[in-house]
Structures are given as structure tokens and as C-alpha cells.
Design a protein around this ligand. Structure first.
Ligand SMILES: Cc1ncc(COP(=O)(O)O)c(C=O)c1O
Length: 405
């Protein structure tokens, strides 16, 4: 037994920068340097907590021994609650709802049930890297479309139109977006529906951050704009309700029943094959969605002031510009440098202990460089981190050829 075990080719292109960057950070932390982590989107690491009633409902379910498997689509009270939530979002013509182990599993199952090897899915760039990882696993052909930084990171509709071919099966919209924090406007969403209808595409609408919006910003569910187009809306408890460790998410399938019926059956085959999502945690869904929502007001107030500080301080740094995020807890500032953001970020971590994620981990237009900041930490940590980024960037630009702001 001395031969190397070769991993499957399908894993070759899988990267997950958000976690990969930790390897560099861990090495630096070992030297005793003070670390400032602005890289992981987990509200629980900072001064955010879930509403107690959803934790209590889960605990009670465990004590009541709802610790076996649940029905494959999820328990009825949770499904009813998600249906009510979908109605509040004005999603009509709902054909199916299922609870999954995080929105991540819903995304995986829905892509797996739809896309064959060699086909492609229009994928927002920059965007959440899970989508490219799953497509890599499915041996799909990459088909990134760009978000337009000059237009507050809205999807570039011309780019989307130019990239559709006869093997394109779906279009993904992350709204609000990770990593840019942008919130899609109604006109763009309507155009996306038109494009999907013209080319027979399924729309995957990732709305996991739909309640984290600043200054009274309104979120529009794309599925609320058309009841015939096949759309799967992804949601969950991880971000809006601050329990990412519960691993509870869901998918809501809406649109024309006749068009969708075989696809829904394929999704349900996969749901049955993996038995069920986490069971006791599903009892947290009704109290979360239907109970007191005051934690959101508190969270959005904190996030608004942290967002404002982020945008102001980063835009004050020569060599960095930052579009104002409207939701979620991410900003995606642009680095006006010639060197790659991978090098910039690796050196930043080593010199300052400030951990951010390079833009390359989310995809970006060629010849542009960015990094992603998570602005969940309290102001004093953010201020310290941005001061360190400012001093480091000045030095970095002096040492490397700068393009200029
Ligand atoms: C856009 C987006 N979709 C999905 C997820 C995963 O959500 P979950 O924790 O429900 O699996 C994340 C997590 O960061 C995300 O940013």
C-alpha cells in the first residue's frame, strides 16, 4: 500500500477563499500577533445574538425527543410558516417548499437536480463561492456574468444576454449580494425575468440576507414579480435570525406547475435520498418567522453605523474606493493597484494581522483587484483595522507600481 490516492478530478477547481485564507491567518496568529478578523460572515462571533424564543423552541423540541429523522421536505409547522413568509414576500403560485441543512444544501440539491455535465449556469461575479464549487463538482462549464461596480454592483444585463448559449440552464441572483452588499433594483429584476423567459432558464434567487437592509431599504423578491417563471427562492435562519450553526435553510419553488413538475420530482428524489434536514432545529422556524422581530431592528442599526464607518474610512484611503453596500454585512472595496489582490491580502495579514478575503475568491472582472470586508465587528475593532489597512496600503503602493485612484 504505497500508491498515492488520487482525488476525483471534479474536486480540482474547488476553492473556498473565505476559509482558505484562515491557513495564512493561523500561521500569523501563531507568532503572537494581534489578529483582527474581518473575514467570516458569522454574526455570533460578535455582538449579535439570535432571538431567545427560537433557541428555546429548539431546546424544547430536543427535550420532547423530536430527535429522530423528520419528513424529507421538513416538518409541517415549519413548511406552513415558510409558506406564510413567502406570501408576505408576495411570492405567488408556490409549487413546493422544502427545508434543508442550511440554504447551502438547498442550492446543492437544486443545481444537482437541474444541470448536466457540460451545461452551464449564469453565475454572478463577484458572488458567493459555493455556487462555483458545486458547479465544479457537477462538471458544469463555468459561465460567470459580471456585476457592474459603476452601477452600484447591479447585474450587467448586456453581459448576461451576451453569455447565454444553448447549454445555459439557469441564472443565479444573490440579492442582497455577498460579497458586495448590493440590493437589486426592480427594473433589473424585471429584465432578468424577461431574459429567463426568453431563454427557458430557471432563476435561482438567493435571498438569505433579505431582512438585513439599511436605512429602510426595501427588498424585492424576484419571484414576487412574475408567477409563471420557474424560480427557486433560497432562504434560511443563518443570517436573518443569527443561527448559522443550526444549519437550517429552505427552498421555495414558484412558477408554472406544468413546466416545473418533473424538475420538482427530481429535487424531491434527492431530498428523500438524504433522509431529512436537522430535525429539532426546524421547530425554531415558526417562532423565528412569526415571533418578535426586534432583534432585526437592533442588528440593522448596528450594521448601518458600521457600514457607514467602513465606507467613509476606506474611501479616505488613497488607492481604495468602496461602493456603499445597501444590505448584508459585506463591502467589496476596489484596490487601484497592479499587483494581484491575493498578494496584497497575504501581505496585509502578515504585516498587520487584519484578515480580509481577496477579491479573487469571489470572482471579478479581469484586471481588477478587490477585497471583501465583513463589517460585523464593533466600531472600535473596525476603526483599528481600517487604520492599519490605510497605513499598509500607503506603504504597499509606494513599494509596488500604483495605477492611481
Ligand atoms: C449568499 C449566500 N448564500 C448561502 C449561504 C449559506 O447559507 P447557509 O448557512 O444557510 O447554508 C451564504 C453564507 O454565507 C451566503 O452568503
Amino acid at each position: 500500500m504505497n500508491k498515492i490516492i488520487n482525488p476525483a478530478v471534479r474536486t480540482r477547481n474547488i476553492t473556498y477563499a473565505v476559509r482558505d485564507i484562515i491557513l495564512i491567518a493561523n500561521e500569523v496568529a501563531k507568532t503572537g500577533k494581534e489578529m483582527l478578523y474581518l473575514n467570516i460572515g458569522d454574526p455570533n462571533l460578535f455582538d449579535f445574538a439570535p432571538p431567545a424564543h427560537l433557541v428555546e423552541a429548539t431546546y424544547k423540541a430536543m427535550l420532547n425527543n423530536f430527535n429522530g429523522y423528520s419528513p424529507s421536505s421538513g416538518i409541517k409547522p415549519a413548511l406552513d410558516s415558510i409558506a406564510k413568509e413567502a406570501e408576505k414576500k408576495n411570492i405567488r403560485n408556490i409549487q413546493d417548499i422544502f427545508v434543508t441543512t442550511g440554504a447551502s444544501e438547498a442550492i446543492d440539491i437544486c443545481l444537482t437536480a437541474l444541470v448536466n455535465e457540460g451545461e452551464n449556469v449564469l453565475t454572478p461575479t463577484p458572488g458567493y463561492p459555493l455556487y462555483t464549487a458545486i458547479q465544479s463538482k457537477l462538471q458544469n462549464v463555468e459561465n460567470p456574468y459580471y456585476l457592474d461596480e459603476e452601477n452600484d454592483w447591479q447585474p450587467d444585463l448586456d453581459d448576461i444576454r451576451s453569455k447565454i448559449n444553448d447549454k445555459t440552464r439557469a441564472i443565479i441572483i444573490i440579492n442582497p449580494n455577498n460579497p458586495t452588499g448590493s440590493n437589486c433594483c426592480k427594473d433589473t429584476l424585471q429584465e432578468l425575468i424577461k431574459i429567463a423567459q426568453d431563454h427557458n432558464l430557471v432563476i435561482f434567487a438567493d435571498e438569505i440576507y433579505d431582512k438585513l437592509l439599511f436605512e429602510g431599504g426595501k427588498h424585492i423578491s424576484i419571484a414576487s414579480l412574475n408567477s409563471e417563471t420557474p424560480i427557486i427562492t433560497f432562504g434560511g435562519l443563518s443570517k436573518n435570525y443569527m443561527v448559522p450553526g443550526f444549519r437550517i435553510g429552505w427552498g421555495i419553488v414558484s412558477g408554472n406547475r406544468m413546466i416545473l413538475k418533473d424538475y420538482i420530482e427530481a429535487i424531491n428524489k434527492l431530498l428523500r435520498a438524504r433522509l431529512s434536514a436537522n430535525h429539532p432545529e426546524q421547530y425554531g422556524i415558526p417562532p423565528a418567522l412569526e415571533g418578535d422581530q426586534s432583534h432585526l431592528e437592533i442588528a440593522n442599526k448596528k450594521l448601518t453605523s458600521r457600514r457607514n464607518m467602513t465606507v467613509e474610512m476606506l474611501n479616505d484611503i488613497p488607492g481604495i474606493t468602496c461602493v456603499k453596500p445597501e444590505g448584508a454585512f459585506y463591502a467589496f472595496p476596489k484596490l487601484h493597484i497592479n499587483t494581484s489582490d491575493d498578494i496584497f491580502v497575504a501581505e496585509l495579514i502578515k504585516e498587520t494581522g487584519v484578515v480580509v478575503v481577496p477579491g479573487s475568491g469571489f470572482g471579478q472582472r479581469p484586471d481588477t483587484n478587490h477585497f471583501r470586508v465583513v463589517f460585523l465587528p464593533p466600531e472600535e475593532i473596525l476603526m483599528k483595522a481600517y487604520k492599519k489597512i490605510a497605513a499598509f496600503t500607503g506603504k504597499f503602493i509606494e513599494e509596488h507600481e500604483a495605477v492611481g485612484k
